[in-house]
Design a protein around this ligand. Structure first.
Ligand code: KIV
Ligand code: ZN
Length: 498
């Protein structure tokens, strides 16, 4: 069995996806989950991009002990300096530097000749190597590069000290055969290739990222770059959970193994979806709600007679218990605590008290509390902000009346009440809140609401993005009433701004 290293770039390439930016505390939570999942390398960010990015790479480097922590850096000194400053505190730091090698990128983006590109690779890799022993070089747009030139670039990077060579399919253009041919060509034509680990980084523009990553393993790649839930630029990167479960389920075919604890997959995936306020498509492989659901009678029959008839993996292998215990209003604190433990959450007494209080409130509105409800409650407890609290609201709307709202908030022992009209009940409520909570000019940049669970008593989660000057925050609210969820989300956001 070959050992396959998993390089997770959820916090870097994943975060580059539109609408997927995260705050520091969220990144820390994800990094801890990735460490528990046992990925080998966490690419914590692109340190030079902003002080916020630098801080988050540095914090992850400080916290994570059991994984290598990498920062991305263009092949320029100031990026490499920032990457080093951010990762140097890590137990195992890595600098990941990159430069494009395809004719298209070299001519139009870099405006560099081939010779200049080789010089820059040499300079930047050796510069990074002076800082750390673990240096990865990525030949951006490798799969659209001329193989002869790519081989020269790879040779130069290894000679300058790169111990990992990454071959990205930056625009998701390659077929699996292209990946195999490219890696085979490099193995045969780069004299020093044995001195470096070969990695691939596949994008999903044609829906082939996972297949291409797996094909690369058959051609000798021993590091795979991927993201949880396949997040990433445009159509995303190869999905970690799909690669891992393919490697495990088809062990004999791939002959590769990773150190990933597969039982952490479900939990990590949900954590990230929850943080981003999005839901997986129902049919998402491995972690979608239907991935282990059998509805057709014929299938149910088969599974009951012999699970393997329609299931190639067990739900337990990804940390999803099938023996769901139904929680409801008669369940006590212990049952809730046990269920949360099974889902991988260990709470302090205070945290449990607070979640249990919300759980009881929810039981008045919903008969059955599912795992997803519990996780949603937990997440919302964590993001509750100090500041204004909702006491009560009344809204009035209809197709012949102007939306209006009365909102009552408290701040410590003070009570405030305002009324406003607006373009519908939510706009009216937000205007009433704006009258109460003063501050700079705020604008609502985006608003979305989705149901966390199914059924007419489902919990609705509202997610708003609010801008004030240079500050941009995300607010979330949870309730079985969508208007209440929307109001809570806005208060959550405005509290963060204040
Ligand atoms: O897609 C890509 O080429 C990248 C590199 C920076 C590795 O993300
Ligand atoms: Zn990428």
């Amino acid at each position: 069995m070959k050992n396959i290293k998993i390089f997770d770039t959820t916090l870097r390439d994943g975060e580059q996806a539109p609408g997927c930016s995260m705050q520091l505390d969220e990144k820390i939570e994800i990094a801890k989950a990735l460490e528990k999942l046992k990925v080998d390398i966490i690419e914590a960010g692109f340190a030079v991009v902003s002080p916020g990015d630098f801080e988050s790479v540095k914090t992850v480097a400080q916290i994570v002990k059991d994984c290598t922590v990498a920062s991305l850096a263009r092949a320029v000194k100031k990026d490499i300096d920032a990457a080093y400053e951010a990762v140097k505190v890590a137990v195992s730091p890595r600098i990941h530097t990159f430069l494009a090698t395809s004719p298209l990128h070299m001519q139009y983006k870099l405006k560099m000749t081939e010779d200049r590109v080789l010089e820059v690779i040499k300079e930047s890799v050796s510069y990074a190597k002076n800082y750390v022993s673990d240096v990865e070089f990525s030949a951006e747009d490798a799969t659209r590069s001329e193989p002869v030139f790519l081989a020269k670039a790879v040779f130069t990077a290894i000679e300058a000290g790169a111990n990992v060579i990454n071959i990205p399919d930056t625009v998701g253009y390659a077929t699996s055969a292209d990946m195999i041919n490219m890696l085979t060509y490099l193995k045969q034509n780069v004299k020093n290739i044995d001195k470096a680990e070969i990695s691939v980084h596949c994008h999903n523009d044609l829906g082939m990222a996972v297949a291409n990553s797996l094909a690369a393993i058959t051609a000798g790649a021993t590091q795979i770059e991927c993201t949880v839930n396949g997040l990433g630029e445009r159509a995303g990167n190869a999905a970690l959970e799909e690669i891992i479960m393919a490697l495990n389920t088809r062990k004999n075919y791939y002959g590769g193994q990773s150190r990933i604890d597969t039982t952490q997959i479900y939990r990590t995936s949900r954590l990230i979806y929850n943080i981003l306020g999005i839901k997986p498509p129902l049919n998402k492989a491995i972690v979608g709600a239907n991935a282990f659901a059998h509805e057709a009678g014929i299938h149910q029959h088969g599974v009951m007679a012999k699970r393997e008839t329609y299931e190639i993996m067990t739900p337990q292998s990804i940390g999803l218990p099938t023996n769901k215990m139904v929680l409801g209003k008669h369940s006590g604190r212990h049952a809730v605590e046990d269920r949360l433990k099974e889902l991988g959450y260990t709470l302090t007494k205070e945290e449990l008290d607070s979640v249990f209080e919300s759980y009881k409130d929810l039981c008045d509105k919903k008969k059955v509390i599912t795992d997803i409800d519990l996780e949603a409650l937990l997440k919302h407890k964590k993001i509750e902000t100090a500041g204004y609290k909702l006491i009560r609201f009344t809204v009035n709307s209809g197709n012949y009346v102007t939306g209006n709202a009365v909102v009552k908030l408290s701040l410590e022992d003070k009570i405030f009440e305002e009324v406003a009209i607006g373009d519908g009940p939510i706009d009216a409520a937000y205007k009433a809140i704006d009258k109460i909570i003063k501050g700079g000019k705020r604008s609502l940049e985006s608003y979305s609401i989705h149901s966390v669970t199914e059924g007419k008593d489902a919990l609705g989660e509202a997610v708003v993005k609010v801008k004030s000057g240079d500050d941009f925050v995300t607010g979330r609210g949870l309730s079985t009433d969508v208007i209440e969820a929307s109001i809570l989300a806005y208060i959550n956001a405005v509290n963060k701004l204040n």
